[in-house]
Design a protein around this ligand. Structure first.
Ligand code: SAM
Length: 216
């Protein structure tokens, strides 16, 4: 059968994402516009709109579409927001964020993934995504504070450094727990600086490796 990404994306949204509570039209629209097949190995193209993670090389994955949508929806991104992502991976989540925010900074520790994502995003015309190599658990103090922060790898606890780099009134999503199974947390920093945490669902992410994450 001939692969039709637009049709496949519609099916995923209609049959899986909306029934699971993804109802923010801006998020659904971003998921329609960003072609997941452009962020995975060509050999996996037919699986691009399956609701599961896929390998992207270097033992890393592009996250499940439902989790990408849920994290993005939970962030409630405003047009003028600056967003920090830890864990660029394929660059897919960064592309979704870039359609909703004004500026996206994304950090990746594996050089080959970073280079690939940079070339790919640039060739697709994204000009509001800045890709940086290194340990994202340190955040990006030179550009802080951020309106929104998203961590797309599993942390042993909410990284303090990232909380410090979140604006008052800001939101952060991060999977927290063991190396294999975690809780997806939404952390909100109120206008007065108080921190509120809630669990969104159980999840499975690859580990966040770094100074304020897991040891390699
Ligand atoms: N957001 C990605 C996407 O859209 O394809 C998926 C991210 S993948 C599940 C997790 C990524 O986090 C991997 O590429 C991994 O190398 C990266 N990572 C792990 N620890 C990191 C750290 N301390 N700093 C930056 N990136 C890290």
């Amino acid at each position: 059968m001939v692969f039709n990404g637009t049709k496949e994306a519609e099916r995923l949204i209609r049959d899986e994402l909306i029934p699971s509570g993804i109802t923010d039209e801006r998020v659904l629209d971003a998921l329609r516009k960003v072609k997941r097949e452009l962020f995975i190995p060509q050999s996996l193209r037919d699986k691009a709109y399956g609701n599961y993670p896929l390998p992207i090389g270097e033992n890393q994955t592009i996250s499940q579409p439902y989790i990408v949508a849920l994290m993005t929806q939970a962030l409630d991104i405003k047009r003028d927001n600056t967003v920090l992502e830890i864990g660029t991976g394929s660059g897919y989540q960064a592309a979704i964020l870039a359609r909703l925010a004004s500026t996206v900074y994304t950090i990746e520790r594996i050089e080959s993934l970073l280079m690939k994502a940079r070339t790919n995003l640039y060739s697709q015309g994204y000009r509001n995504i800045f890709l940086i190599g290194g340990d994202g658990t340190a955040g990006l103090p030179e550009y802080a504070p951020f309106d929104r922060i998203i961590v797309t790898a599993a942390a042993p606890k909410v990284p303090e450094t990232l909380l410090e780099q979140l604006k008052n009134g800001g939101k952060l999503v991060v999977p927290v727990g063991g190396r294999h199974v975690q809780d997806l947390k939404l952390v909100e920093k109120a206008k007065n600086g108080r921190i509120y945490k809630q669990s969104l669902c159980g999840c499975r992410f690859v580990p966040l490796i770094g100074k304020n994450g897991w040891k390699d």
